[in-house]
Design a protein around this ligand. Structure first.
Ligand code: ADP
Ligand code: MG
Length: 244
C-alpha cells in the first residue's frame, strides 16, 4: 500500500492555556492518500481550521501525530519545522495573503527566496502558467481580481512542489464564478499533476468537487463519504450554522 501523503493520528488540540480552555480537536485520525482531493466540512467552530493548521505545521497539536511525506512533524524543532513547511507544504488562505507591494511573480517566488534560493524567472512563469496567469507576472494584487489573486496564491503554494496543499475556505471570499474557477484549478492539480489537496469548505458545491468529504463535529470525525453530489452534501449539512 502506498504511504499516505498526510496522516494524522489521534490529534488533539486544546486552545488557550489555563483559565478557560476549548478542546478544538478531540482525537482526529485520518489518512490522505497521494493524488487525492479531500474536502473537510463541519459546523462553524467544529475544528476545521485547527485541523488544517495543525496538519500543516502552522500550529502545534496538544497531542497526537502528524506525518507528511513520511516525516513525523512532532519530531521536528521549530527551525526544522519552518524549513519543512516552506519546502513541503503549501497553504492557501481565504483572504489570499499576498504581499500588496510585490508583483505576482515576486509573490510566487517568495517561498523560494525565503528558502535562500535565487529562482530564475522561468520558475514563477511556469507556476503562474499552471494557474492560467502567464500574462499577469508583472501585476500587483491590486491590479488583479479576487479570483486571479487566489490563483496567484495557489501558484505560490505550488512553487516548491509541495507534498500537500491545504486550502482553508479558498473560495470563501470569491464570487461564484471565480470560486468555480479556483475549484476547477484545484481539481486539475489533482487530476493532471497528481497533487494532494485538502480543502476546508462550507459550500456543498465546492465539497462535491473533491474525491471525498470528511465531516467534523465538535472536534471529531463524524463521518466521511466519497463520490457524493452537491445535493447529497447539502442534505447532510442542512441545519448547520443557521440558514446556510
Ligand atoms: P472552524 O474552522 O471549524 O470554524 P476552528 O478550528 O477555527 O473551527 O475552531 C474550533 C474551536 O476552537 C472553536 O471553539 C474556536 O472558538 C476555538 N479556537 C480556535 N482558535 C482558537 C484560538 N487561537 N484560541 C482559542 N480558541 C480557539
Ligand atoms: Mg475555520
Amino acid at each position: 500500500m502506498t504511504e499516505p501523503a498526510v496522516r494524522v493520528v489521534d490529534l488533539r488540540k486544546i486552545h488557550g492555556a489555563g483559565g478557560v480552555t476549548v478542546p478544538a480537536l478531540d482525537g482526529v485520525t485520518l489518512d490522505f492518500p497521494p493524488g487525492t482531493f479531500t474536502a473537510i466540512m463541519g459546523p462553524s467552530g467544529s475544528g476545521k481550521s485547527t485541523l488544517a493548521q495543525c496538519a500543516a505545521g502552522l500550529d502545534r497539536p496538544t497531542s497526537g501525530d502528524v506525518t507528511i511525506d513520511g516525516v513525523l512533524l512532532n519530531a521536528l524543532n521549530e527551525t526544522e519545522l519552518t524549513l519543512f513547511r516552506r519546502e513541503r507544504i503549501g497553504f492557501v488562505f481565504q483572504a489570499f495573503n499576498l504581499l500588496p507591494s510585490l508583483t505576482a511573480e515576486q509573490n510566487v517566488t517568495l517561498p523560494l527566496r525565503l528558502a535562500g534560493l535565487r529562482p530564475v524567472p522561468a520558475t514563477a512563469r511556469a507556476a503562474l502558467a499552471t494557474v492560467g496567469l502567464a500574462d499577469r507576472v508583472g501585476h500587483r494584487p491590486s491590479e488583479l481580481s479576487g479570483g486571479q489573486q487566489q490563483r496567484v496564491a495557489i501558484a505560490r503554494a505550488l512553487v516548491t512542489a509541495p507534498a500537500i496543499v491545504f486550502a482553508d475556505e479558498p473560495t470563501g471570499a470569491l464570487d461564484s464564478n471565480s470560486g468555480r474557477e479556483v475549484l476547477s484549478l484545484l481539481r486539475s492539480l489533482v487530476d493532471d499533476h497528481h497533487q494532494t489537496v485538502i480543502m476546508v469548505t462550507h459550500d456543498p458545491v465546492a465539497a462535491a468537487r473533491a474525491d471525498r468529504v470528511v465531516f467534523l463535529s465538535d472536534g471529531r470525525v463524524a463521518g466521511e463519504e466519497a463520490g457524493v453530489t452537491p445535493e447529497w452534501i447539502a442534505r447532510r449539512v442542512a441545519g448547520w450554522d443557521g440558514a446556510r
